[in-house]
Ligand binder design. Structure first.
Ligand code: ADP
Ligand code: MG
Length: 344
């Protein structure tokens, strides 16, 4: 009897010990706010994993930033047209994957877009449009085919003087992937990395089956455009509503068309859903450049990739694997998204 009582007394304690706990922390990095969430029964493990994840993101920023003069990326840019620069395998591989996406998107995604950031500033400081000759000079330096990789010594050579690379369209996704992988490897079975609104999650949250993710509404800070429940997926949005230039009453988004050197227009936001945050990040930027028809055609052609596009005219378009349900009418319309069974 005594033993039974003891067991009965111990039982709730065991249950509490097994209960999932959640730890969250955020920090500003890569020009965005990163928020990391770890869920497991072990609070100190959760804290250690989140700290390690944030440290990993900082490490990646130091390696790939084109703003930081001490980064390997800056050295590649300084040596453009001069010589090849030997870099870490990690940076080399990121550039290699960026080139693959450039080929896949026929150059819509191009990390050498960055020569244009000498003439376009999306921080509110631009007063007038750049001259045609400045745009022509800058666009002549954009060409991913002039990024030469040498696998023998993992070196990178930008063939022309004035060329510049930057990872604004893929870096956050890469960092989110790495942080989530590291936390997972540390034993965190469920977690979420929020990279300035770009999400990757795994496992399930403490009290639900699915992670409930909101997609920002470019028109409103209070309400979301759409909601969806996910697990083991990345949801990444590129929008023209956070970083842009307002010149002579016209809005210029921070994504550059590599063919023209001009900021792209036509879409307000592009959301990509797929298991890999890096691919999702790069594809969101790519689809922004490709526009609605070509962009949707590309998404529909890729396995395990879905997308939601909002046009300048507020038309909502989605790829074949997404079902859209409208949950309220009028100004407050919010959509519920459901993922259909996978494409063949
Ligand atoms: P964010 O999530 O910060 O809004 P996006 O994923 O939408 O960023 O990518 C936009 C960023 O990508 C730009 O700020 C710039 O750094 C970079 N970029 C702009 N145009 C291109 C392009 N054509 N190809 C690759 N990267 C680009
Ligand atoms: Mg992107």
């Amino acid at each position: 009897m005594r033993r039974l009582l003891l067991i009965l007394l111990l039982l709730p304690a065991c249950l509490i010990a097994q209960q999932n706990l959640t730890y969250r922390k955020s920090a500003g990095m890569m020009g965005s706010q990163f928020g990391l969430t770890a869920t497991s029964p072990n609070d100190s493990l959760n804290r250690a994993a989140v700290r390690a994840g944030l440290k990993e993101i900082q490490r990646i920023e130091n390696l790939i930033s084109s703003w930081d003069k001490n980064s390997q990326t800056s050295e590649i840019n300084r040596q453009a047209g001069i010589k090849a620069v030997k870099v870490d395998w990690e940076l080399y591989s990121l550039i290699n994957r960026s080139l693959k996406i450039a080929k896949l998107t026929e150059g819509a995604f191009d990390i050498s877009f960055a020569s244009a950031d000498r003439i376009w500033k999306f921080d509110g400081s631009m007063q007038g449009l750049p001259t045609d000759s400045a745009i022509n000079a800058s666009v002549s330096k954009i060409n991913y085919e002039n990024i030469q990789l040498n696998p023998q010594d993992t070196s990178v050579f930008l063939l022309e003087k004035g060329m510049k690379i930057g990872f604004g369209g893929i870096g956050k996704g890469y960092a989110a992937n790495r942080a989530s992988l590291l936390m997972h490897q540390m034993g965190i079975k469920s977690g979420l990395v929020n990279a300035g609104g770009d999400i990757i999650c795994w496992g399930r949250p403490a009290e639900r089956e699915l992670w409930r993710i909101g997609i920002a509404d470019p028109k409103s800070e209070e309400k979301m455009l759409a909601w969806l429940g996910i697990k083991d997926l990345a949801v990444v949005t590129s929008g023209d509503y956070e970083r842009f230039a307002m010149i002579e009453g016209k809005r210029y988004a921070h994504i550059i068309n590599p063919k023209t050197g001009w900021p792209v227009s036509g879409l307000k936001s592009v959301t990509i859903l797929c298991p890999d945050a890096e691919l999702a990040d790069a594809l969101a930027t790519s689809v922004f450049v490709l526009g609605r028809e070509k962009g949707l055609a590309l998404i529909n052609q890729l396995k395990d990739v879905e997308g939601l596009l909002l046009t300048d005219e507020d038309e909502l378009l989605s790829s074949q694997g997404i079902e859209i349900e409208r949950s309220a009418a009028g100004e407050n319309t919010t959509y519920q998204l459901k993922l259909r069974s996978k494409k063949p």
